[in-house]
Design a binder for this molecule. Sequence first.
Ligand SMILES: *[C@@H]1O[C@H](CO)[C@@H](O)[C@H](O)[C@H]1NC(C)=O
Ligand SMILES: *[C@@H]1O[C@H](CO)[C@@H](O)[C@H](O)[C@H]1NC(C)=O
Ligand SMILES: *[C@@H]1O[C@H](CO)[C@@H](O)[C@H](O)[C@H]1NC(C)=O
Ligand SMILES: *[C@@H]1O[C@H](CO)[C@@H](O)[C@H](O)[C@H]1NC(C)=O
Ligand SMILES: *[C@@H]1O[C@H](CO)[C@@H](O)[C@H](O)[C@H]1NC(C)=O
Ligand SMILES: *[C@@H]1O[C@H](CO)[C@@H](O)[C@H](O)[C@H]1NC(C)=O
Ligand SMILES: *[C@@H]1O[C@H](CO)[C@@H](O)[C@H](O)[C@H]1NC(C)=O
Length: 500
Amino acid sequence: TMLFLCSLCVALSAALVQAVADVTENIEVLAFLPQNNSYLFSSARVAPAVLYAQRRLEADARFSGFRFNVHFEDSDCVNGAMFALVERACARKPHLILGPVCEYEAAAVVRLASHWNVPVVSAGALAAGFSKKKTEYAQLTRIAPSYVKMGEIFAAMFERFDWRSALLVYEDDRQERNCFFTLEGIYHMLHDVDMKTYPLDDGVALDTDKVLQNIVDTEAVVIMCMPAEKIRELMLAAHARQLTGGNHMFFNVDLFNASSYGNGSWKKGDKHDNNAKQAFAFLNTVTLLRTVKPEFEVFSEEMKASVKKAEFQDCNDCADVNMFVEGFHDAVLLYAIALYEATKHGYSKRNGTEITSRMWNRTFEGIAGPVSIDENGDRNGDFSLIAMTNTSSGTYEAVANYFGGNGSFQLLPGISADRFTLKGQRKPPPEITEKSCGLGVSALTGVIVGAVLGAAMLITFYFIRKNYKITIERRTQAEECNTAKHRQLREDSIRSNFSV
Ligand SMILES: *[C@@H]1O[C@H](CO)[C@@H](O)[C@H](O)[C@H]1NC(C)=O
Ligand SMILES: *[C@@H]1O[C@H](CO)[C@@H](O)[C@H](O)[C@H]1NC(C)=O
Ligand SMILES: *[C@@H]1O[C@H](CO)[C@@H](O)[C@H](O)[C@H]1NC(C)=O
Ligand SMILES: *[C@@H]1O[C@H](CO)[C@@H](O)[C@H](O)[C@H]1NC(C)=O
Ligand SMILES: *[C@@H]1O[C@H](CO)[C@@H](O)[C@H](O)[C@H]1NC(C)=O
Ligand SMILES: *[C@@H]1O[C@H](CO)[C@@H](O)[C@H](O)[C@H]1NC(C)=O
Ligand SMILES: *[C@@H]1O[C@H](CO)[C@@H](O)[C@H](O)[C@H]1NC(C)=O
């Protein structure tokens, strides 16, 4: 009888354990992705990656206690995601939010989610303002390297090559403002550098003479973010004016379309091709350093098949697995790991604070390689510098890499540092103290817009336009600028609604 009782006991406890394991926790995931395929992170591109990750989790015994129910909502890069979130959350709050990518839309969603203690993981929300996690963006984890992380490669180069001034030239559409936010990240990272900014109006023809005059005046490293045609136009003009001779450095930032570089963006099939090839020999492009491991190929093939099935029209780079596709896959994985750990330690799946904190300050294996998230919940970024290495064929290669994990900038073998030496650099200019500062000027206009919104829109709009024409400011006391910059995203989002 003793033996019988004992085995009964074992059987019972086994059944009990089984019963516990059978209680699967439903995890509601709300993903915000645009239906509009003109975005690199559109639902048709990214959703297959999220579902791929979901299937991987289902097959993994560690996560057998969870069922991930993914619900996709449209995001229109304005307010769509916020409205959808509010409406859904009235019935039931999600356990995890993926996206949105667009800055202004993300700002609203992340503020709400942080208030509700719901983790948000996004491969977007890359603007500097989101680095402030203490309060309104507390629940945000960024699974793709932010613009400030990208700024690190510039900081490393400015230090290594002893460059002292920079001219930031960017096109500003004042809606999504991708180039504005991209260069703002660099602005944050360059300390003790004399900086000027030169915003260009969206849709207005480039006044190359004016830009070139600024380049001549500043003796600076020129950092550009604008459409490929404008880059080409400016490089052609700069080359014609012999500004490419070594007194200036030219950079552009193109994080998301790296595939096109091997293809030679100087080539357009017009009569300027030959000059453009010569001019582009002096252009350096900062892009994401992407690693590939064998497992990635399977993923990549599957993504390409899904995209093919979606049958987009007008789509050149559709087949590429871009950073957003990769990022949202890894987002699901990272959340699952954190959730698993948190529940194992007795926390509820609703405890966003706990789960989010477990996503931060850790390295895990993503679909393409290791992903490291810093102590502030932002991914460390690796970047490459691409430049023309064969001037007769006009082909590009990576010439240097920057690793965010250890902050090391490495020239690749066979690449000489001479390439980056500025000839005839002036002595450092004297300190000039001014109240306003570079990109910070938009914070200023933001305050004004906020104050008079609804009362004198026309006057304000006129003011902004006037302010934006040419904003050349000298960078000054870091302290003052930083406070202004931290407020920037909040105030910009006020203006975004206004200018849309
Ligand atoms: C998709 O987005 C592009 C760029 O933002 C816009 O021009 C286009 O009108 C949008 N298409 C639709 C169907 O909303
Ligand atoms: C990538 O770059 C090529 C060439 O510059 C351009 O034609 C294409 O539209 C770009 N794709 C995206 C998605 O930006
Ligand atoms: C360059 O890219 C364009 C569009 O992405 C493509 O049509 C063309 O065939 C490419 N050229 C080469 C030489 O790869
Ligand atoms: C969530 O976890 C934190 C520890 O990270 C704990 O202090 C807090 O009480 C938990 N909140 C809830 C609602 O359980
Ligand atoms: C981050 O992790 C390291 C070790 O993995 C630890 O020493 C450090 O204290 C952690 N930082 C925070 C803020 O938790
Ligand atoms: C540059 O490209 C041309 C044409 O493709 C090739 O013949 C030449 O060997 C290349 N030069 C070097 C140094 O690789
Ligand atoms: C930094 O990290 C990269 C990749 O993780 C590695 O290849 C490189 O050697 C490291 N550099 C230093 C100076 O530790």
